[in-house]
Unconditional design. Structure first.
Length: 73
């Protein structure tokens, strides 16, 4: 499985926004978004702005296209 990480600090956790409700997700194969600890009902109501995501660990903000591929076992 491919895991995408923050280009700044290498964290694999991202958030939809730092100011609104914090929704944490990871980015895996094909840059698909995988939510952490969410019910299916909650996930169906989430709208991600792919051009404005935040790192969960540092102050990086950017687009889903900018996260970098991590090669690990
Ligand atoms: Zn980061």
């Amino acid at each position: 499985m491919t895991q995408y990480i923050c280009p700044s600090c290498g964290s694999k956790y991202f958030m939809t926004s730092k100011t609104r409700e914090k929704i944490i997700f990871q980015v895996t194969d094909g840059r698909s978004v995988e939510f952490v600890e969410m019910t299916t009902e909650e996930i169906n109501n989430i709208v991600i702005d792919a051009h404005n995501i935040c790192c969960g660990a540092c102050s990086w903000q950017g687009s889903l296209d900018e996260v970098v591929e991590s090669h690990r076992d």
